[in-house]
Design a protein around this ligand. Sequence first.
Ligand code: IPE
Ligand code: IPE
Ligand code: MG
Length: 229
Amino acid sequence: MSKNNIPNHVAIIMDGNGRWAKNKNMPRNFGHEEGLKTLSKITQKVFDAGVKSLTVYAFSSENWNRPKNEIKHLMALFEKAIESNFQYMVDNKIKFNLLGNIKKFPLTLQKKIKNLEEITKKNRVYNFYLAANYGSKEELVFAAETLRNSTSKITEKSFKNVFYNPHLPDVDLLIRTGGETRLSNFLLWQSAYAEIYFTKVLWPDFKAIHLNKALKFFSGKIRKFGKIY
Ligand code: IPE
Ligand code: IPE
Ligand code: MG
């Protein structure tokens, strides 16, 4: 019987910022700002726990359907997030990767992302993936289109090789905060065998104790991958 202690790859759908702010009679953007603070704290806790790869869902390909003012604020926050976490990534030898279609972002943001990717690209042990303008369906269509125009045979391996980031490992533990029990177009292929943990806690309220509960949930799972134990 194989029990897992620490997941290699944790992915988080950071949901609930808007409701958190609404509960406090504050604008949604205030919730996103608090959400960013949570992200910085939780990132550190995740790597401290021994997790090697962390992916966070910050903006989906469907989030473009939100009001312009919210999108603009989120773009500005992503720039701020990169600036304020830059030194942490460098000092802790974390490789930063963007997961998604970067071309729709403001140029200043694109530059900051590329710069952080470049500076941290030699880091091997820890990986941070920012899923922004990410959509699993888009990624799968992109992969199919790329292979259709190449001479490669279509296999699981060749398919994965043309994803946004071929090095992204399969997800071991997927956490969604905010109470919804859906995947919202996030890492559909990569989560084929993920253990999925849903919590009602809204993202800005998510603390180390909640993370520990999710890790405990994971450590109690027997991962069968279709076999019998
Ligand atoms: C998640 O929080 C953050 C993003 C999608 C950018 P929401 O903004 O979806 O918050 P709720 O779900 O409306 O509370
Ligand atoms: C998923 O949250 C996307 C992110 C957390 C970035 P949403 O709030 O956009 O998801 P839905 O619309 O409730 O499915
Ligand atoms: Mg939401």
